[in-house]
Write a protein that binds this ligand. Structure first.
Ligand code: ATP
Ligand code: MG
Length: 202
C-alpha cells in the first residue's frame, strides 16, 4: 500500500462520514484498518444531519445517531465524534463537512474514508471537483460492491482492502424490526441503546 505523504509536521486526520443509523462493526473496522495503513493520528466520525440521499426515508433523530456513534467509539483513544454536520442543520453535503473540518484543523491533512458504494457515487456529490482539493479520499472494499476509482482524479483516491464485513445499517434496522438479534453486528453498548430507546421497532 502506497501511503500518500503529508506536509512536514502535519497531523493526519481521518474523516468517516455516515448516517450511522446505527453505527456497526463494518464502519469501525474500516476506520481502524485505514488508520493503521495510513498512519492516521485520529479518525473523526461525523454523523450526518438530514441526509439528502435518504430524503424520503425516515432517519432516526440526529441525537440518537450521535450518541450511538459516541458509545461505539468511546473506548478507542484514536477515535472521536464531531457534531458539525448535525449542528449545521439542513441536509449534509460532504463539501461542507470538509470545508468546516479544514477550517477547524489547520494543522492537519484530511483523509476522507468511504465505502465502495459511496465512492462510486462521489461524482454526483455537490462540488465534486473541489472535494479532492480538501482531502485525500480512501475507498475501502465493501461486500457486494465493486471498488473502483474510474472517473475519479488520478492521485486523489487510494483504494484499500479491509476485512470483509457484510453488515449494513439497513440490515441491522430490519433485523431489529423483525425481532432478530444484532449482537456482534454492532457494539454491545449500541445493542443496549437501541433497546433502551426502542429504535427501529417500526
Ligand atoms: P445504510 O444501509 O443505512 O445506507 P450503511 O451500512 O451503508 O447504512 P452508512 O452510514 O450509509 O452505513 O455508511 C457510512 C460509510 O461507511 C459509507 O462510506 C459506507 O460505504 C461505509 N460502510 C458502511 N458499511 C460498510 C461495510 N460493511 N464495509 C465497508 N464500508 C462500509
Ligand atoms: Mg449507506
Amino acid at each position: 500500500q502506497e501511503v500518500p505523504t503529508t506536509g512536514r509536521g502535519k497531523r493526519r486526520l481521518g474523516v468517516m462520514g455516515g448516517t450511522f443509523d446505527p453505527i456497526h462493526h463494518g464502519h469501525l473496522v474500516a476506520a481502524s484498518e485505514v488508520a493503521a495503513l495510513f498512519h492516521l493520528d485520529e479518525v473523526v466520525f461525523v454523523p450526518t444531519g438530514q441526509p439528502w440521499q435518504k430524503g424520503h426515508k425516515a432517519v432516526s433523530p440526529a441525537e440518537d445517531r450521535y450518541l450511538m456513534t459516541v458509545i461505539a467509539t468511546a473506548s478507542n483513544p484514536q477515535f472521536s465524534v464531531s457534531r458539525i454536520d448535525i449542528d449545521r442543520g439542513g441536509p449534509t453535503y460532504t463539501i461542507d463537512t470538509l470545508r468546516d473540518l479544514r477550517a477547524l484543523n489547520t494543522d492537519s491533512d484530511l483523509f476522507f474514508i468511504t465505502g465502495a458504494d459511496a465512492l462510486s457515487q462521489i461524482l454526483t456529490w455537490r462540488d465534486a471537483e473541489e472535494l479532492f482539493s480538501l482531502a485525500h479520499f480512501i475507498g475501502v472494499t465493501r461486500p457486494g460492491h465493486d471498488l473502483t476509482d474510474d472517473g475519479l482524479p488520478k492521485g486523489g483516491v487510494s483504494l484499500v482492502e479491509v476485512p470483509a464485513l457484510a453488515i449494513s445499517s439497513t440490515d441491522c434496522r430490519a433485523r431489529v424490526a423483525q425481532g432478530d438479534p444484532v449482537w456482534y453486528l454492532v457494539p454491545d453498548g449500541v445493542v443496549r441503546y437501541i433497546d433502551k430507546r426502542q429504535l427501529y421497532r417500526g
